[in-house]
Design a protein around this ligand. Structure first.
Ligand code: TPS
Length: 211
């Protein structure tokens, strides 16, 4: 995948906003979001047919603007919707198995924060890794302690060449640190989904980073 696709990688599920997620996503894309992940997780998350319906609707917003649509964790849903990609965490299905289920054209992303996890992701053919939490985050209920941008710097020093996005607690004031550490982009939920003006929030985030 092109590294530029990861510049401003927005993630959202129905419980990350009090507004209509379809409108939030469209505004965020207008503000410069380059990639989107549908992550329907945590308290009050939709399941079954409702989860599928919202996924379909969010995907059609992405398609309108040619922004890649990636599904978190749910490989079956990604296949069913013909999503552009699927993202898995270390506690989810191993990428090796996921790869056997999906078309070879589908983007695969993995959460990784140690050198071993990053090397494994690379070996299994991940297209990118998400490294974090960079900073303290309230969004992920099971989030571990922040690992900081220096983790990305270390992965680069150890010759991890995969595209990397930093994630967790990223906002305008700390985004450039993540890029300076060697990331290809920033990934975030609340800085956009909880913003009063998601379009402006996305624009300010995009303007706060340079490569
Ligand atoms: C690309 N993850 C790590 S921290 C976090 C999530 C969802 C919360 C961020 O929220 N990398 C990618 N996708 C993922 N789903 C993860 C990692 C896992 P906030 O920006 O509000 O702090």
């Amino acid at each position: 995948m092109k590294r530029e696709t990861l510049s401003l990688y927005f993630i959202m599920g129905s419980n990350n906003t009090s507004e209509d997620p379809l409108i939030v996503l469209e505004q965020a894309i207008m503000g410069g979001v380059t990639c989107f992940q549908y992550r329907e997780k945590g308290s009050g998350a939709l399941t079954g047919i409702e989860k599928e319906k919202l996924g379909r609707e969010l995907m059609s917003v992405c398609r309108k603007y040619q922004v890649p649509f990636i599904v978190n964790d749910d490989v079956d849903l990604a296949i069913k919707l013909k999503a552009d990609g699927v993202h898995t965490g270390q506690d989810d299905q191993p990428l090796e198995e996921v790869k056997k289920m999906i078309p070879s054209s589908m983007i695969t992303g993995v959460s990784a924060k140690t050198l071993d996890e990053a090397r494994e992701a690379e070996k299994q053919g991940a297209d990118y890794i998400g490294v974090g939490p960079m900073f303290a985050t309230k969004t992920k209920e099971d989030a571990e302690a922040p690992v900081g941008p220096s983790t990305i710097q270390q992965l680069r020093r150890q010759k991890i060449t995969l595209p990397i996005v930093g994630i967790g607690g990223i906002e305008v004031g700390n985004a450039q640190q993540v890029i300076d550490a060697g990331a290809d982009g920033i990934s975030l939920i609340s800085a956009i989904s909880q913003a009063k003006d998601p379009e402006q929030a996305a624009r300010l985030l995009r303007e706060s980073i340079s490569f």
